[in-house]
Design a protein. Sequence first.
Length: 327
Amino acid sequence: MDLWLWFEDNEGVLSGIAAAMVILGAFSTVGRSFVMRLFGVNGGQRQITLTELSKPSPFPIQFAHSEGVKIAYTVQGKTSPDLLVTPGLISNLHVSANLPPIRDTMTGLAKFARVINFDKRGQGLSDPVAEAASLSERVKDIGAVADAADSDRFVLMGISEGGPMSVSYAVENPDRVKGLILFGTTPRFSRSDDYPIGMSDRTLDNLSQVWTTGEARDIFFPSIGREVMDDDTYRGFEKLLSDRRSMIQIVEYMKSLDVRELLPKVACPTLVVHFSGDLAVPLHMGRYLADHIPGARFLELAGVNHADLASAPTAIAELREFIRSVD
């Protein structure tokens, strides 16, 4: 089969290019710059330093207790409705409160919701653990944070690697989840015979190999230009979040994730949001979610961002309407 025709039929020319770069492990500067220009990513933000990224969060750090492990969380925004956000690959409440894409996304959401953010166990301000937490442990941590934040019913938003745990929690706790938002995520990351659209082990392993080198910055945060954060600062940012040993554990955990069998069991209204040229999780992996969750709506956004809703104000408005519709 002609690979180019396959992408053209399934993703369109532009998103096909972006997806191919990820699947083939194309982290070259030339390739990143080409796709960023293709999709019109630009800067215009002020310079940010490692000192600024390291500042304490302006929102009080609170702790939930889950099986003897303290899970750090914050609350910002209005008193209701509740939006509980499960973070992506690596979380740190101090850093995310100062990193423009995440900070501005949460600020936008907090204008119409009570936003609850947390650090997964073993990450950020939560208690350290010897190895990456299991899916069942992560699901229990969502419930512990909701209890500690006095949130009986809420909209659950899973970002990137936080998507599968959000799907699992929604299926296990239909009485608590009013609606599910899945952003830049997929039910399975690793490729297999029955999931050929997944990423190869080589691509996933490359993430841990290049971690702390800054090589993947334009994969995860293409909206942060070098005039905003230079490469030295970005490498320091990665080191703030995780060392390479921990990243290896996280990647191995990602390889084991597979919640495809749970998708038909999702009973709550679901909105799947994905950037058309997402370089971290290609578009077709997000579309798979929408195609297999009953009644799910798929919202495709123009751009190559992975977790930067602040760059898409119309998407923030769509999320506001979705949350209002299920509240």
